[in-house]
Ligand binder design. Structure first.
Ligand code: SAH
Length: 459
């Protein structure tokens, strides 16, 4: 960044401009928005400049700029569009220690003027260091369309109300109040005028002052396998009350839509094998927001206690003395068994069912393969999609029957749910043919109940 953007105070300052043509007019249009006193030096000024002078908006001096004119000036513009003259203006400014700008000459200028989106007191300055004026214009028109024309008025009214808002405790309570104003209450009220906005602001402050202070807390919440109807009532309430939601990649949109409009929703999605936020980053996010006084919901797919790194996150909270609670959810194995119309344990068949992972931090995970290979056993494999060939190899090696039923349930509980019914011998190939893209759970030892999923078995 060669050019560093700053905002210059122009109150009771003088800005000097040499030039009377088109470039001067364009710069003056911007400069007249400031509170500075503007001195223009031009022997043959454009008629607009004489008009502005007559209206008292600028001071026009019909002569050339001299070094004395620069004494105590805040800025100097060389806008004569004559290289020799502009260089002389720049030299005088340099000698007087006044930052100077030569119009359309980035190299010769001490500072450059950005493109400006003006919602005074909110202003956005856009600079490309001369690289792409077209781009600056595109960004400007994009922002012009995006920032409501009433934003300036909103900010002005808000600014005048700052002392009043100090009745709220510093930190989150006050931030929540301002967020409410700028996002919701303000934009609605401003259509009715400034007086109405002022009244709305007062009412909003009263409402926020009445709000009971809640202690910071983080709830680790299981969001279930995806279907919003499989959320617990408690999960639903906590999502609805949360200030901050930090969620996994697997959390479906309809669930996130239950959050309040004001809530901050952060995707902390970790990809199976790909690049991602580290667990430390996620711990830090949770701690940071909870310490800040927020009601935080750490939303995890399925159940909080199944392959969900819950302990790491709880330990991070304990290390900082933060209050937390854990709310269980329906795990993918339950939802997948439900999709098959089967139970995970069955009298006379298996008295235990295992939840295992297809891979761990070291790569493909190792297990007691001989037990998993036995007929009648039921094993739910999480994160097992990519491990299909490895699993098959290990199980066959430990004596599993090649016709052991295997079901892979993709997107369990969601409208996009698919069931792949196959055998151990066919697993890798069948899975490749099905081209699964969503999260999938592999169930060893279970086939879909015939009548239950007739059409899905066609897969
Ligand atoms: N805590 C989660 C598991 C997280 S590990 C739970 O209790 O369900 C992520 C793995 O869960 C995925 O790789 C996939 O194997 C499984 N999974 C999660 N949601 C699933 C869904 N809707 N359908 C099938 N498998 C799912």
């Amino acid at each position: 960044m060669r050019h560093y953007p700053v905002y210059l105070d122009t109150r009771a300052k003088r800005i000097v401009l040499s030039g009377g043509g088109e470039a001067a007019v364009a710069k003056l249009r911007l400069l007249m928005k400031t509170e500075a006193e503007i001195h223009v030096f031009a022997e043959a000024p454009d008629s607009l400049i004489t008009d502005w002078s007559e209206a008292g908006r600028i001071t026009l001096l019909r002569r050339a700029l001299t070094p004395l004119d620069l004494t105590d000036a805040a800025l100097a513009y060389a806008a004569d569009e004559e290289p020799g003259r502009d260089a002389a203006t720049a030299a005088m400014a340099r000698a007087a220690g006044v930052p100077h700008n030569i119009v359309d000459d980035l190299q010769g200028s001490a500072f450059i003027t950005p493109a400006i989106v003006d919602r005074d007191p909110v202003t956005v300055a856009i600079g490309t260091e001369g690289a792409a004026p077209v781009l600056a214009r595109l960004i400007k028109s994009d922002l012009e369309a995006r920032l409501s024309p009433s934003l300036g008025a909103l900010a002005r009214i808000g600014k005048a109300f700052r002392t009043m808002a100090e009745a709220l405790p510093m930190g989150r309570a006050r931030r929540d109040f301002w967020r409410d104003y700028y996002e919701r209450t303000g934009p609605r009220a401003i259509a009715g005028g400034e007086a109405e906005t002022q009244a709305a602001l007062e009412a909003l402050l009263e409402e926020h002052l009445q709000r009971p202070a809640r202690a910071a807390h983080v709830a680790f919440v299981g969001a279930g396998p995806g279907d919003p109807e499989l959320l617990t009532l408690k999960a639903r309430r906590l999502i609805d009350e949360a200030d901050v939601i930090i969620h996994d990649r697997l959390i479906a949109k309809p669930i996130l839509e239950l959050a309040r409009r004001e809530a901050l929703v952060i995707n902390a999605g970790k990809e199976g094998f790909g690049p991602s936020l580290t667990q430390e980053d996620i711990n830090a996010l949770i701690v940071e927001h909870t310490r800040d006084g927020a009601q935080v919901v750490r939303l995890k797919g399925g159940d909080t206690a199944v392959f969900a790194r819950l302990d790491d996150e709880i330990e991070a909270c304990e290390a900082h003395g933060l209050s937390y609670s854990v709310v269980p959810g329906i795990t993918a194995a339950s939802a997948s068994a439900a999709a098959l119309g089967q139970s995970l344990t069955k009298r006379g068949r298996n008295t235990e069912a295992r939840l295992v992972t297809g891979h761990d931090m070291q790569g493909y995970a190792d297990h007691d393969w001989a037990r998993l290979a036995r007929t009648g056993e039921v094993t739910a494999i999480y994160m097992g999609k990519r491990a299909a060939r490895f699993l098959q190899g290990r199980l066959i090696m430990h004596g599993a029957a090649p016709n052991m039923p295997v079901s892979v349930v993709e997107n369990a509980s969601l409208p996009s749910q698919r069931i792949l019914a196959t055998t151990l011998a066919q697993l890798p190939q069948a899975q490749a043919e099905a081209a699964l893209t969503g999260p999938a759970l592999t169930l060893l030892g279970l086939a879909p109940r015939q009548q239950h999923t007739k059409e899905e078995r066609a897969l």
